[in-house]
Design a protein around this ligand. Structure first.
Ligand code: URA
Ligand code: CA
Length: 434
């Protein structure tokens, strides 16, 4: 087999066989096929796409490129949740303990995203003392006893994705449905969960900007998961504004704890409940959404979910008292109020730009080497559709270093558009793909 023939075939719009896909993945990982030929093939895939069978073959070939996690030491159905990435997505911090408090088994291995704000691991690490590095047997013991543990990826999971993602990033081939679906699902399948709930984001802060593209991505991922023998469900949810109020690491932990304490009704809480209810259903812990919602409400109002979160923090070496007093989390030196310049209605929030302003304050990484400041970020005071008067507070910036402050404020103000009439309201959940 020759890689040039495979490139030619895909360039001509033909369908690749499983053998050809395996040849390309194996050759790329072992170094026998160079970056420049894989770049050409990726671009041919970007233009001509892959059908459902090719996408599944690609995913399974990527899974086979490295180690897979064996979670058989955990009793019951192991459920995972994954979000395709957005701005200030605090859902896992609440959904994981909430589902565990209802009897779910949440064994979550997270990556450490590059981007606007930290990933779930960075958020958890803003809790004083907490370690996301736990040996596999200890991790499984935590899930068996507490119901939940969240740790960093261990082992050599899906090396094909690490190489391919880095190459896609510099060849403008990230935003292809098959490549995204295979990238995400290969990591989920290799991580060993029996059931997977996907939160596919749509809108200005997401990979997929239109609802139709997001639904197509959701369908592709659900098909791959089910073909690989994992019960998979996807919810397509809105990312046209930051979810909840907090954008930043310790701030999002504070928001998560306040939700677990019963506070913050609103979009973030609603998305968390929708995802959590599906996590219970695919775990056979609820027959339908009503039953799931009832269980979730109970574990929230009884304090059981907050207790689970505090036990998880304690087990992983963190300070569990943050669950009673969020004042124990890192605090920024300066609070700066950012105000509206004119009267009107908020018609648009360029979500990626809002994430960028948080990153400029130090809440995210521009390069892998950057160090996150857990204390900094934004606390949003307004939502899409809100009426504002000149001088009203749009957000409070939590700042430690003034270096990029002016740029952060300017970008934020440019990203929050104030118009003369109220815009149409966005849905929160667009579709559920089973
Ligand atoms: N997230 C991933 O892990 N991979 C992609 O390709 C896109 C988003
Ligand atoms: Ca948030």
């Amino acid at each position: 087999m020759h890689i040039t023939d495979i490139i030619h075939k895909k360039r001509s719009g033909k369908v690749l066989s499983k053998e050809e896909i395996d040849f390309f993945i194996n050759g790329y990982v072992d170094g026998s096929i160079p970056d420049y030929q894989v770049s050409a093939l990726l671009m041919a895939i970007w233009f001509n796409g892959m059908n459902a069978q090719e996408t599944t073959d690609l995913t399974l070939s990527m899974v086979a490129s490295g180690d897979t996690v064996d979670l058989s030491g955990i009793s019951g159905i192991k459920v995972d949740k994954h979000s395709t990435g957005g701005v200030a997505d605090t859902t896992t911090l609440v959904a994981a303990p909430l589902v565990a408090a209802c009897g779910g088994r949440v064994a979550k291995m997270s990556g450490r995203g590059l981007g606007h704000t930290g990933g779930t691991l960075d958020k958890l690490e803003s809790i004083p003392g907490l370690s996301i590095e736990q040996p596999m047997d200890v991790f499984q013991k935590f899930v068996n006893t507490i119901g939940v543990s969240v740790i960093g990826q261990t082992g050599n999971l899906v090396p094909a994705d690490k190489k391919l993602y880095a190459l896609r990033d510099v060849t403008e081939t990230v935003d292809n449905l098959s490549l995204i679906a295979a990238s995400i699902m290969s990591k989920k399948i290799a991580s060993g969960a029996d059931a997977i709930v996907l939160d596919v984001k749509t809108g200005s802060g997401a990979f997929m900007k239109t609802v139709d593209d997001s639904i197509a991505l959701a369908k592709a991922m659900v098909d791959i998961g089910n073909l690989a023998g994992r019960r998979t469900v996807a919810l397509v949810t809105d990312m046209n504004q930051p979810l909840g109020n907090a954008v930043g690491n310790a701030l999002e932990v504070q928001e998560a704890i306040e939700i677990l304490q019963g506070g913050h009704p609103g979009d973030l809480r609603d998305v968390i409940f929708a995802l959590s209810s599906w996590m219970l259903m695919v775990s056979d812990l609820a027959e339908n959404e009503d039953e799931a919602m009832e269980k979730l409400e109970k574990s929230l109002s009884s304090g059981a979910a907050l207790k689970v979160f505090s036990e998880m923090i304690k087990a992983q070496g963190g300070d569990p008292l943050v669950c009673e007093d969020t004042g124990r989390l890192a605090k920024a030196k300066n609070l700066i109020s950012v105000k509206a310049d004119k009267n009107g209605w908020i018609t648009e929030m360029e979500n990626a730009e809002i994430g960028l302003s948080a990153m400029l304050l130090g809440a995210g990484r521009q390069t892998k080497e950057d160090v996150i400041d857990p204390a900094v970020g934004l606390w949003m005071k307004k939502r899409l559709g809100d009426e504002v008067k000149a001088g009203d507070e749009l957000a409070v910036f939590h700042v430690n270093d003034d270096k990029n402050l002016e740029e952060a404020v300017n970008r934020f103000k440019a990203a929050v558009k104030i118009g003369s009439s109220k815009a149409e309201e966005k849905k929160l959940i667009y579709k559920i793909v089973e």
